[in-house]
Write a protein that binds this ligand. Sequence first.
Ligand code: PFF
Length: 464
Amino acid sequence: MPEDRGQWSGKLGFILAATGSAIGLGNLWKFPYITYENNGGAFVLVYIAAILVVGIPIMMAEVLLGRKTQLSPVGAFQNLGKNKAGGQAWTAVGFLGVLAGFTILSYYSVVAGWTIHYAWLALTGRLVELSSDPQALQTYFGSEFLASGSSQVFYHVLFMGLTTAAVFFGVKRGIERVARILMPFLFLILVVLVIYSSTTEGFGEALTFLFRPDFGSLTTASVLEALGHAFFTLSLGMGAMLTYGSYMGRDISIPRAAVQISALDTLIALMACVIMFSIINSADIDVSKSSTILFTTIPTVFAKLPAASLFNAMFYILIGFAALTSTISLLEVVSSYAIDNLGWARHRATLTMGGAITIFGTLNALSLGASSRLSSINLIGRESTAGLFGTMDYLASNWYLPVGGLLIALFAGWIMNPRETRQELETGHGPLASFGIWHFLIRFVSPLAVGAIIVSVILGKEYN
Ligand code: PFF
């Protein structure tokens, strides 16, 4: 086993790092706006159901594949595919994961970089100034900030630098340490912002919107969207959880960890909704359905409330922290391939892969300015919008993750022997009474649900 693999210090280390991977722009940006667009209540319930019947089972499958082989995706499938139906062809699932990690990181870090710029704008007071006129804020975002190639590249490179530095120092001293510092902070900032939003008059309305279901407004498209999002938000389908599972000790319960990570991820997504809907309701402004709400609407709303600069800055720092623990996991998938399969030292692997992604991402960053449809950028969305950036996003969200997830579910449910999977799930847990339920979900329910997403993409039915 390559020396540079490493291990978590224990259960808490794994839970924090994996939760850090799961919680990111998906929770703080995408979930609130898709919940808003899908009319709250019923959509939230469907989303929770998707987490339970598809998310948790696939997360358990990924982690068990990683821990069993102590290898990252390519090595894991190479190893387990031997002597099984399909044989070495399963290795392609691992490569798909590496490709997805590369692709997602190349645009995710561009958006993550925006948070640094906006935190800076907030701290210098400029954001409050701009927010006095909603139109000025929109113009600043679209025509000034996005259009500036040098700014886009600068913040992207900065964010990639932070990500690479964390991965460079290894599993325990880099990835886990960053998660240990940032995750409690992130939670604290969220709690402060939830308390803050509970003092606003829009709080009650936000809770009603979120928790009072109106099933009449639910469409097939919303159900598919909730499913697709469950995937993205839990970092599933590309081997991130598999890779993190490969650094996990045999004394930890996989089922319990999967439930805890998913519960924390969902809790934080809901807290983000409470914060955003409360402040939006309080200011009584018209929210455009644009997914850029985080940068063009939220500051306007904060500006109407006390201590605007401080809360604005906290808000962007929070999003930046959340994004960093996610970008770290994306880079780790790509780097661990070089460590496990090419035999590279960790330092060489992270610098080379981090460097390559930084360069490729620079093209994404520049394509934003070149695109004429800036206002409709739809990160992690279903449509192909702004140039190369949009194409990368489209490929990852529509193809790589669902296809990867489907194949992972099929492999764990149909190709692996139930004795093998049961044994791994019971290691560190004890007899698993719900094994039958997991096995049923992973064999039938998850593949059908993920298959539905893929079919809808093939048929060109956009559900965003
Ligand atoms: N789960 C992250 C989010 O919600 O923002 C995104 C992500 C991270 C997806 C890592 C996939 C991944 F491997």
